[in-house]
Design a protein around this ligand. Structure first.
Ligand code: GDP
Ligand code: MG
Length: 450
């Protein structure tokens, strides 16, 4: 069941065709991330992932309510008009946003982004931030293949800075295996010879629904923390593979949290005998669930706790995020599941490539700025060398991913690109110079004739 939302819609940016091909809506993504209010803002990417029919979209729709009450957005810039305290809306307000439903027919599968983007300026350091919200759909239903599941998990992890892993009742060992991709990826990053010791991914939040042991671990983040501690503890009697999955999850994410939610009550789960058609409003939730749900969302999306998406410790802006995402999505279009290693490799290449491009820009800017200062052909190579040195220094001193062979390979590429631009520029400058010299000569001769 879903009601129209006034400010945004769910965009299925990555979906699967009947024969399991990956389809990408590149235009929709470009429209979002090349938006003038987004392309140069730092991206906070908030996503939820986990088995189907477990209240993921339902949860996200309440997150949207919180976000709309606290931040202006592209489509609703004059927000927030509502009072922040009452972000949850009216008791009987139907729930809209990402499509959630009680039936057994599934919605679209893949990765779904909220078309509207929230804008925030950090009160801590003034960072300009764009918050995107992402839903995933179709995991572990009977129509999505294991390959499809792994793809969504891997892409979800790659694209988020805050990834909520939605689980039922307890954390099950087999659900952890889907985080294996993240841990594999992190292993390659750990071997990065540039010594980028930072962890590959930012924040992972285990969200446990229908928690039945509040006496042992109370609801909310508090009980979640003790439960997680107990769960992630590496113990000698555990099988080696269970130990290593714990170890690597902890080495892949900068922060791991957990929150426990109670059962939402029969109206929400559709088990009510009264057979009323539930519209998602909080009036239908059990008192416990409602309070815990709201508290969890308030903690999770607290303005100063928003975490910016990073690659190689660098905050990503909208236009960079778009480039990385399109590249990841394309890698996943191949029929085999890409290996963490090959995704890591292409991340390295993309990162250094973007650095090379900005060094080339730097070179271009300096030489063109200096063109007017040149009065003599012999100055051209001097200006070139000065500007090139400056660009190469920028490259050498910037943080890079990968190993020494990447470093050398891209240093050569940068040098060649600069030389090519120099050639064009100096040809033009020389011609200009000649013209000026000829003109001066002509004027001189004309003067002499007089
Ligand atoms: P998704 O497939 O994971 O996105 O699940 P939906 O958000 O579409 O919700 C599926 C069903 O679960 C709906 O009928 C919701 O009312 C119900 N639901 C929402 N939250 C919870 C919860 O915490 N526990 C349970 N058992 N059901 C929930
Ligand atoms: Mg859903």
């Amino acid at each position: 069941m879903s009601h129209e939302h006034p400010y945004g819609k769910a965009l299925n940016v990555l979906s699967f065709s009947k024969d399991n091909k990956v389809l990408i809506d590149e235009d929709a993504m470009k429209k979002m991330f090349e938006h003038p209010d987004v392309k140069n803002r730092k991206i906070v990417s908030f996503s939820i992932i986990g088995a189907y029919r477990k209240g993921k979209s339902f949860f996200l729709d309440y997150c949207l309510r919180f976000l709309y009450a606290h931040y202006p957005s592209i489509n609703f810039p004059n927000n927030p008009t509502s009072d922040k305290e009452n972000w949850m809306g009216a008791e009987n307000e139907p729930l809209s946003g990402f499509s959630w439903r009680s039936g057994s027919i599934r919605d679209t599968t893949g990765i779904i982004m909220w078309s509207d983007i929230f804008l925030h300026t950090s009160t801590v350091n003034g960072d300009k931030i764009a918050i995107i919200v992402m839903d995933t759909q179709g995991l572990f239903d009977n129509q999505t293949s294991p390959v499809g599941n792994s793809r969504i998990f891997a892409l979800g992890t790659l694209s988020s800075s805050i990834e909520v892993l939605n689980l039922f009742s307890v954390v099950q060992e087999d659900q952890l295996q889907y985080l294996q991709f993240a841990t594999e990826f992190a292993k390659f990053a750990a071997n990065d010879s540039h010594g980028n010791a930072g962890k590959s991914f930012q924040k992972l939040v285990f969200l446990i629904r229908d928690w039945v042991n509040p006496d042992e671990h109370p609801f909310g983040f508090e009980g979640g923390a003790t439960y997680l501690q107990h769960f992630l503890k590496i113990q000698n009697e555990q099988k080696p593979e269970l130990q290593s999955v714990r170890k690597f999850i902890q080495s892949s994410f900068e922060e791991i949290d957990c929150a426990l939610l109670p059962h939402p009550g029969n109206i929400v789960t559709g088990g009510s005998r009264k057979r009323i058609k539930y519209n998602g409003s909080w009036g239908g939730m059990s008192e416990d669930f409602k309070d815990e749900l709201f508290a969890v969302i308030e903690t999770l999306l607290k303005p100063d706790d928003l975490i910016i998406k990073k690659i190689n410790d660098k905050d990503l802006e909208g236009f960079e995020y778009l480039e990385f995402m399109l590249q990841y999505f394309q890698i996943f279009q191949s029929d085999d599941i890409p290996q963490a290693q090959s995704i890591y490799e292409s991340t390295v290449e993309k990162q250094i490539n973007m650095l090379v491009e900005s060094c080339v820009e730097n070179y271009k800017e300096t030489i063109y700025k200096n063109t007017d200062l040149i009065t003599n052909v012999t100055q051209i190579p001097i200006f070139h060398n000065m500007s090139k040195n400056q660009a190469m220094l920028m490259y050498n001193e910037s943080k890079k991913m990968g190993n020494i062979s990447h470093e050398i390979k891209f240093s050569r590429i940068l040098s060649e690109k600069i030389d090519k631009i120099f050639q064009e520029w100096s040809d033009r400058s020389e011609k200009n110079m000649k013209k000026i010299e000829e003109e001066t000569e002509r004027t001189r001769l004309a003067l002499e004739e007089k």
